[in-house]
Write a protein that binds this ligand. Sequence first.
Ligand code: CP
Length: 360
Amino acid sequence: MTAPCSLTEIGWEEFRALPPDHKAVYLQAGAREYHVLLAQQFSRERLDALGRLATRIRRIAKADEGRRYLRDLLAGRRAMLYFTQPSSRTFLSFCAACQILGMDIGEVRDTAVSSEFKGESQEDSVRTFSSYFDLIIMRSQIGGLAERMAWVLSNTDRPVPIINAGSGKDQHPTQALLDVYTLQRSFERRGGPDGKTIVFVGDLARGRTVRSLSWLLTRYRDVTQIFVAPPELQIGEDVLGWLQQAGVQYERTNDMAACLPRADAVYMTRIQDEWDAAGESRRIPTEAFHFARRHLDLLKPDAVVMHPFPRRQEIAPDVDSDPRAVYWRQMRNGMWIRAALIASVFGKDTAIEASHVLDA
Ligand code: CP
């Protein structure tokens, strides 16, 4: 493990008030991430390095000898998955990533079966996990909770890294990493994500994956971001502020079909009605934001259709068989990039890069 981060040097209230890009510097351990909480932590160099590392791990894992090599890397280390908000892909891909690297896993997925049910605070719960585990991966419906826990743990005598696996409506940084990795792979022979047009569709107001990915895409040159949503669910002003600050070209519209011929990637999202106070988003007509088989005819031959999943009606199942539908590959990429991220947090990236285990 690399040296802990510098969260000991700042008070909680002062840290909390910082803009995300200023917070990021407190979360690093040298050139690597220690806590992984925000998309703003990742430079272009880090995105490229993590993508290369994920590909290296993916190739090494094709052979028995390679799988044994990877399993030895973090054998004896333990990861706690503290997921108090529902998840399939993030939870399972983190489990698989830990297993690839030989880590043992513990989990709390329901506070009704932990001592939080008896009134224990989340802070005490997380400190308890740090007594037994070397890494905490957490998902919560409370925005900013992972940040608070990272600060709390960093100021104890047993700090362990925290990875944010989805926090409230604000950030889902590791989903954004897997999305970028999918774009890197999809456009491998076309110069990567630089210069591409990404069309985001759906509930952009409350979709944390879009928020984190939109930020990561500012690390690429000449990317145009188009936000397609009903007015009530359009992208937040804070995201547009980031884009303006970064000099990124963006557009907002409610006409999906008109944007599709320009898209290199279409990023579909579901309506996040779990955040409704009283079913208000169910009253918004959203059919115009569904991707049907006929929409494939409007796409470039080398465009890709992505979705963080779970999906409802946003993409018709008969789109799945088109080679441009990459969402199943996208979710598998999550396992590789999360393995790369964990390996990097524990300082194993250089060993993997230098290893003589044969690529398959
Ligand atoms: N994309 C994503 O976060 O999926 P889960 O909610 O299933 O983890």
